[in-house]
Design a protein around this ligand. Sequence first.
Ligand SMILES: CC(C)(COP(=O)(O)OP(=O)(O)OC[C@H]1O[C@@H](n2cnc3c(N)ncnc32)[C@H](O)[C@@H]1OP(=O)(O)O)[C@@H](O)C(=O)NCCC(=O)NCCS
Length: 176
Amino acid sequence: MHLALATCVVRSWRATDVDSLARHADNRKIWINLRDAFPHPYTKRDAREFIRATRRRSPETFFAIAVGEEAVGGIGFVLHPDVERVSAEIGYWLAEPFWGRGIVTDALVAVTGHAIETYHLTRLYAVPFAWNSPSCRVLEKAGYLLEARLRNSAIKDGQLTDQLQYAFVAADHRTS
Ligand SMILES: CC(C)(COP(=O)(O)OP(=O)(O)OC[C@H]1O[C@@H](n2cnc3c(N)ncnc32)[C@H](O)[C@@H]1OP(=O)(O)O)[C@@H](O)C(=O)NCCC(=O)NCCS
């Protein structure tokens, strides 16, 4: 996988990304906005294990966001089984020094299109914590619509929070 975009490249994770992944992912401001499965602190061992597992997984649905040669973030989606096989959940993070340059918006638009075309999906969705205004803004800029406030649906760092469900419905974006 290699998508060259205006602000970044979305590409497959490489074994050589371990150091940059561990350095950029080890940030409480990133962890506080993600599921607890994302480690904190984030060690080189975590990075090695993540990259090894991701490179083995088929189909490939987790990608690095790179600026130049350096992996500075991640974006990926989880395909669903059974009756929800037309739908997937998308998630992403970016290294703090690169925030505010439109990078994740670019990556999200591209990966949303890639997922819909490759897996014939009708819908992608994300559920940011209600406090995560930058992520909500990114979703809106990429064409996702707010569908629901999932009240008291998650607990992060001991704090009960609402999640906001955003979806990109392919039928809304068809031109013909
Ligand atoms: C959320 C995150 C992915 C955004 O990535 P990014 O590349 O900086 O996003 P972009 O530059 O494409 O867009 C950010 C938008 O949020 C806006 N924004 C930033 N801080 C904001 C705030 N406190 N309130 C409202 N909007 C805010 C920016 O102004 C920008 O919108 P604009 O283009 O209309 O000005 C990044 O901050 C991050 O990795 N955060 C930690 C992990 C995370 O939250 N992941 C998502 C979990 S659902």
